[in-house]
Every structure is written in structure tokens, then in C-alpha cells.
Write a new protein. Structure first.
Ligand code: FA5
Length: 349
């Protein structure tokens, strides 16, 4: 009966075992060379032949029984271990991440540029691109800039270093474009009116920076050429554009005479302040109006320089600062923020 008791005892321990280590200890305790069942056989010498035979059979039966049981338990533990390992190591790339994925932000200038483009597309304008490195002909000469115009001087223009620059023709001398008006001349050279285009892009100026001036900023050029176009059309398009852009039908504009060599008459255009509705506030410095763009009627010399006959053609052009529109829309107090790369600023959009 001793073997039965040992079997029972071993089975109870097996039931309570928690891992392979426990099983190995049970195996050693009952089946090992010095284990409890083998120890029983050492008592056989005191028994009669018949008793010895019977005990031997009982011990063998118990050994086989427990061996089988322990083997089964081992397999079960190993399977469990494998499953756990698989769960830990398996990689399901379709599984959602533990941390929420951080999405980037569209830059405020890109948001505003897209909005402006959408409004002008709605008004029937096409969107055109032009080069940032431009020859002096398209950036100045074709636009009727006199050779000695101060805008060509070192304080305004980034000139590209070229060998024997002085001897080159203005079509071979390069600058970083100082405005998007270069796209006007390129477009008029290669297209037949009527047309209406807008052209957004980066422009570069060698000038001191402050809250509303950057050496690299964005403009959007507008050009509409047809017969019988007047300042009234220019005013209507600009006013409509601004009302759409600021989603405010009270936006008004006023034209102040100004000089740009490529338009006649030329204007600086102010809009009524959208922050105070023209009553006067810190953004418009109390005046109720803010200057946002230059505009005018295309000068006949520009038509001529671009190979068009000024006789029957009229048109208007304008150049808006995208940066300044963005500043007003989002009430941004300094132009430097756009290129600061500061995430605290960018995350707001
Ligand atoms: C021009 O660049 C003309 N090409 C605009 C034009 C086009 C006039 C077609 C007539 C017909 P201006 O230099 O004024 O003009 O610049 C246009 C607008 O850009 C200004 O009204 C102002 O809002 C903005 N601007 C000018 N300089 C800077 C600067 N350094 N940083 C940011 N915005 C500027």
C-alpha cells in the first residue's frame, strides 16, 4: 500500500505544480535514483520471493504511471510557454499602436495660400507658377523698371553672382525674384489675351526685417487682360476676394494712388480692419484701414515689352502679401513666426 500512498501524494503535488521547475522537482523526488519509489525497492531484501515480486510490480506500475503523468504535464507547460512567447514576440503590423499617432499640421501660410487659390479659381482665374531665380528682363526690364530704379539696387535685390556680370544682357543676368510680377511678363509673352491668372510664390528682398517685413515672404500675383477692363473691375474683384477670404461682407477697400513702373494708374490698396470693423484698434493702429497689396492697370509699355499690342488691350494686375493676409486672419502679431519652426506656434493650426 506504500506505493499507492506515494502515487497519491505525487499526484496531489502534480496538481499544484505551477511550472516546469516544479515538475522537475517532483520527478526527482519520486522517480529519481534516490527518489521515494526507488527507495522502496531497497526494502525488498527483507521480503519473501512472492512479496518481492508483488512489490516490484507495484513499484514499476507506479513509476510508469507517474512518468507518463509528468511527461503529459511537461508537454502542457511547454505548450503554454510557447503560446506566451508567441504572444510576446509576434508582430501584427495591422494592430493599432499603443500611443496615438502624432499627426503633422498644415502650415498657416499653406492653409491661406490654398484658400486664396480656391477663391480665385471660383472667380474664374487659373493658377500659374513661375521661377524663383529669374533674369533681370522678366523681373525688371519687361516690367518697365527704368535702368536706374532704386528697387534694383543692393538694398532690395539679391543678385546672383556671375562672371563678367556687367557685360551680360539683362536676359542672362539672374536675381532672386523680388516679386511675383515676373510671372505676369512670362505669361503675357507666351499667351494670347483674354486671360485671367493668379500666381502664388516666394519672393526675396534684401531688406531689414520687422514685425511685418521678412526678407523671404509669399505673394500672390493677379493679372486680368481683356478689352474694356477698368479700375472698377479691379476694385470689384479685390473687394469680392477679401469678403470671401475674411467671410465678412462688410470688408471695404480703398485705393490710394501709388507708383509702380508696370501699372498706370497704380494704387496701394487698403482694406477696412476686420478686427474692429473699421472703428480703430491696435492692429490697424487706430486708423481703421490696413495696407495689404499693390495694384493698378497694366502699363502699355509692359504689353509692348511682352509682344502684345497695347492699342486694344486693357488689364489690371495686383500683388498681395500672403503672409500679411495670414497675419490678419489669425491675428498673428509678428511675421517671424511663420519661419520660426516653433511647434508651439504651428500646433495651433
Ligand atoms: C509689389 O511687390 C508689386 N509687385 C505689387 C504689384 C503687382 C503692384 C501688380 C501693381 C501691380 P510691394 O513691394 O508694395 O509691391 O509689395 C506688395 C505687398 O507685399 C505690400 O503691399 C505688402 O503688403 C507686402 N510686402 C512688401 N514687402 C514685404 C516684406 N518685406 N515682408 C512681407 N510683406 C511685404
Amino acid at each position: 500500500m506504500k506505493t499507492e500512498n506515494l502515487k497519491k501524494e505525487a499526484l496531489e503535488k502534480l496538481e499544484q505544480s505551477k511550472d516546469l521547475n516544479d515538475l522537475e522537482n517532483i520527478e526527482k523526488e519520486y522517480l529519481g535514483k534516490k527518489g521515494k519509489l526507488r527507495e522502496l525497492s531497497s526494502k525488498m531484501k527483507d521480503l519473501t520471493g512472492e512479496e518481492r515480486k508483488e512489490l516490484g510490480a507495484q513499484i514499476n506500475e507506479a513509476l510508469n504511471f507517474l512518468e507518463e503523468k509528468i511527461e503529459l504535464e511537461k508537454k502542457a507547460f511547454k505548450l503554454e510557454e510557447l503560446k506566451e512567447k508567441e504572444e510576446m514576440e509576434s508582430l501584427d503590423i495591422t494592430f493599432p499602436g499603443v500611443k496615438a499617432f502624432q499627426r503633422g499640421h498644415i502650415h498657416p501660410l499653406s492653409i491661406v495660400k490654398k484658400e486664396i487659390e480656391d477663391i480665385f479659381t471660383f472667380l474664374g482665374f487659373s493658377i500659374i507658377q513661375g521661377p524663383e531665380i529669374e533674369d533681370e528682363w522678366h523681373n525688371f526690364d519687361a516690367l518697365n523698371f527704368p535702368k536706374d530704379h532704386p528697387a534694383r539696387e543692393m538694398q532690395d535685390t539679391f543678385f546672383i553672382k556671375q562672371k563678367n556680370r556687367e557685360e551680360l544682357d539683362s536676359r542672362e543676368k539672374y536675381v532672386l525674384r523680388t516679386h511675383t510680377s515676373n510671372i505676369q511678363t512670362r505669361y503675357m509673352e507666351s499667351h494670347v489675351p483674354p486671360f485671367r491668372i493668379v500666381a502664388p510664390g516666394r519672393v526675396f528682398r534684401y531688406e531689414a526685417t520687422d514685425a511685418s517685413h521678412e526678407s523671404c515672404f509669399y505673394q500672390i500675383e493677379g493679372l486680368l487682360v481683356d478689352e474694356h477692363i477698368s479700375v472698377a473691375n479691379l476694385k470689384a474683384v479685390l473687394e469680392r476676394f477679401l469678403q470671401e477670404f475674411f467671410r465678412n461682407l462688410d470688408v471695404k477697400i480703398r485705393l490710394r494712388p501709388s507708383y509702380f513702373p508696370f501699372v498706370e494708374p497704380g494704387f496701394e490698396v487698403d482694406m477696412s480692419c476686420v478686427v474692429c470693423n473699421g472703428k480703430g484698434c491696435s492692429i490697424c493702429q487706430g486708423g481703421g484701414w490696413i495696407e495689404i497689396l499693390g495694384a493698378g492697370m497694366v502699363h502699355p509699355n509692359v504689353f509692348k515689352n511682352c509682344g502684345l499690342d497695347p492699342q486694344n488691350l486693357t488689364g489690371f494686375a495686383f500683388g498681395i502679401s500672403i503672409d500679411r493676409l495670414a497675419m490678419m486672419k489669425y491675428k498673428i502679431d509678428h511675421i517671424k513666426w511663420f519661419h520660426s519652426g516653433d511647434l508651439r506656434f504651428l500646433k495651433q493650426f
